[in-house]
Design a protein around this ligand. Structure first.
Ligand code: C2E
Ligand code: CA
Ligand code: CA
Length: 576
């Protein structure tokens, strides 16, 4: 251990030096206070200092005070050497920051013991520092992948933004979310999931450049700060490389795993100038990439808040559509895969537009969501569906369970349960013949409120189904928390169920897990006999899709019901 001896009296200095050398210290000497301060303030300063109180230039106390002002340097243990050993002197010395003192004349044994105590404290200090550094590391890094976490990511992005602003450079934020990772986690277990995340992190790192920062936001979400982005094409280039790198199979615990990702990109300054906005917009773009079919990237684009005339016209048109009775419901049968019987029907909204013809929901519901019109529009659909279902029952057809789609906005209304109740009462429809279709997003957005709503619906005997299951972020184990009757496997899985082993495996896993949770499984978008057979082999309960019938107007649906009354052998009447 290195020690500094600062003492102006040559006799004591030599004596001290001789003792310390004998005890194994490497000694540095100073003959006055400012020399001592120079050494202690310099590079590689000794961690132990014996300072004489009375020295020319700067006395020992002043040196002490200066050292203690520096909080960001390794701790220096100070032993004050003094002929003044009155109580008041000791207090003064300690107050200045000395750790201990020794009175002149001192005996060598006492000095040795005091130095030993000092060394112990220096060791403890070092341990404390490394523990603190480790904590700091934990607070700013993700334990699984070792990548910066959300906190450090925000910090770095803040710094990079300041720099980019000063140098007038552009920057991009990439938000990446693995597709269907939840399913791997749920079916193969968390160890495999963790192993996969680690490997994904490594591969992502390989795709990036020195100027980029990769972070893990949690779960299967990663973010990247892309520096040196002069045009959007630069970011696209990286995104492409990432998607390609992820398309190679992963090997985790001898499972060969295929995974893809959806990537959203936002650009500074075009899409925002602060951390929050840039991340939010990249996230929004990521969702669009998911909606667009996954395994792709999407650059953020501003929603249409520029009011174009057609948009305005559409909006006011939709406002009036309810009164003018331009909204219509089409109906698609839901068929049992066991018996081939029609057991239910989904009501799907359309707008009979005076100029534009029959509009599918995706041409007006997004606008309705943005303007709040989704509430009256969806409520209209709910009421109309209940009335229609009752009408079929009154006409003597076997009772069906009617599914109505509920938008996430509706569930934010405190009056939602009441609205359902009123719709049922007005139509005199028994609640058990109504099934509401919610999306995973609705559950996640406000789990407490939605949990409450679902409890009330359950009490009323209204059924609840999770629509488009598999595309969102929740897992079946998450759904356990909610009172749900069934899940609908999203069309995108059914589409390739007979050609893509991944989709087949996912559908199989959904059916098995849903059944273990006592949930019914409905497959949507079944278009071919092969798909139907395959789903039946998986033990899926019900199906919907063009193979049996497209959604049709109420009048046409009656014909389907007529046919269903006379089930043919083989069971499936096709109107496609
Ligand atoms: P969704 O609930 O997932 O409805 C299923 C969609 O798949 C329907 O599209 C249906 O026509 C279509 N489909 C059914 N079978 C097949 C098939 O075999 N192949 C293919 N390719 N497609 C099939 P649609 O009617 O255009 O509805 C789109 C979405 O609009 C619905 O998705 C639902 O989220 C929403 N929606 C429809 N009606 C309402 C409503 O009354 N209220 C609310 N809030 N949303 C609605
Ligand atoms: Ca639906
Ligand atoms: Ca669906």
């Amino acid at each position: 251990m290195r020690a500094l001896i600062a003492e102006d009296d040559p006799v004591s200095r030599h004596l001290l030096e001789a003792m310390l050398v004998k005890w194994g210290y490497t000694v540095v000497v100073a003959t006055n206070g400012s020399e001592a301060w120079g050494i202690l303030n310099g590079e590689d300063a000794p961690r132990l200092a014996i300072l004489d109180w009375m020295m020319p230039d700067m006395d020992g106390l002043q040196v002490c005070k200066e050292i203690r002002k520096q909080t960001d340097r390794p701790y220096i243990y100070i032993l004050l050497l003094t002929a003044r050993s009155g109580k008041q002197d000791i207090v003064e010395g300690m107050t200045a920051g000395a750790d201990d003192y020794i009175a002149k004349p001192f005996n060598s044994h006492e000095l040795k013991v005091r130095l030993r105590a000092g060394r112990r404290i220096i060791e403890l200090q070092a341990e404390l520092m490394s523990a603190r550094a480790e904590l700091q590391e934990q607070a700013t890094h993700d334990a699984l992948t070792g990548l910066p976490n959300r906190l450090l990511f925000s910090d770095r992005l803040t710094q990079r933004l300041a720099l980019a602003r000063r140098s007038q450079q552009a920057l991009a934020v990439m938000f990446l979310d693995l597709d269907r990772f939840k399913i791997i986690n749920d079916t193969l277990g968390h160890n495999v999931g963790d192993g996969l995340l680690k490997q994904v992190a490594e591969r992502l790192g390989e795709c990036l450049r020195e100027v980029d920062t990769l972070a893990r936001m949690g779960g299967d979400e990663f973010t990247v700060i892309l520096g040196d982005v002069t045009c959007p094409q630069d970011a696209v280039f990286v995104a492409d490389r990432v998607l390609e790198a992820l398309s190679e199979p992963f090997n985790v615990d001898s499972h060969e795993l295929y995974i893809s990702a959806s990537i959203g990109i936002s650009l500074f300054p075009t899409h925002g100038s602060d951390v929050e906005t840039l991340v939010k917009n990249a996230d929004t773009a990521m969702y669009r990439a998911k909606e667009g079919g996954r395994n792709r990237y999407q650059i953020y684009s501003e929603p249409l808040n520029v009011v174009t005339s057609t948009r305005l016209e559409m909006e006011s048109g939709l406002r009036r559509a309810i009164e003018k009775e331009e909204l219509v419901l089409h109906y698609q049968p839901r068929v049992s895969l066991k018996t081939g019987e029609t057991v239910g029907v989904e009501a799907l909204i359309r707008w009979q537009h005076p100029d534009l013809g029959l509009l599918p929901p995706d041409q007006f519901l997004p606008m309705a969501e943005e303007t709040g019109l989704i509430i009256p529009v969806s409520e209209w659909a709910l009421r109309a569906a209940c009335v229609q279902n009752k009408a079929w029952q009154s006409a003597g057809y076997p009772p069906l369970d009617i599914s109505v789609n509920v938008s996430t906005c509706q569930l934010q209304q405190s009056s939602f349960v009441e609205t359902v109740q009123q719709a049922l009462e007005q139509a005199s429809l028994e609640p058990r013949y109504l099934s509401l279709e919610l999306t995973e997003g609705a559950l996640i957005s406000n789990p407490d409120m939605v949990g409450d709503i679902l409890r009330k619906l359950k009490e009323m005997m209204v059924r609840v189904s999770i629509d488009d299951f598999g595309v969102g972020h929740s897992s079946l184990s998450y759904l356990k928390r909610f009172l749900i009757d069934s899940v609908k496997i999203d069309r995108s899985f059914v589409q390739n169920i007979t050609s893509d082993p991944d989709d087949a495996a996912i559908a199989g896993a959904i059916v098995a897990m849903a059944h273990s949770l006592k949930l019914k499984v409905i497959a949507e978008g079944v278009e071919t006999l092969e798909q139907l057979e395959f789903l039946r082999s998986l033990n899926c309960d019900e199906m919907q899709g063009y193979f049996v019938s497209r959604p049709v107007p109420a009048e046409a649906f009656v014909h389907l019901l007529e046919e269903a009354r006379r089930p043919k052998s083989g069971g499936f009447a096709s109107a496609a």
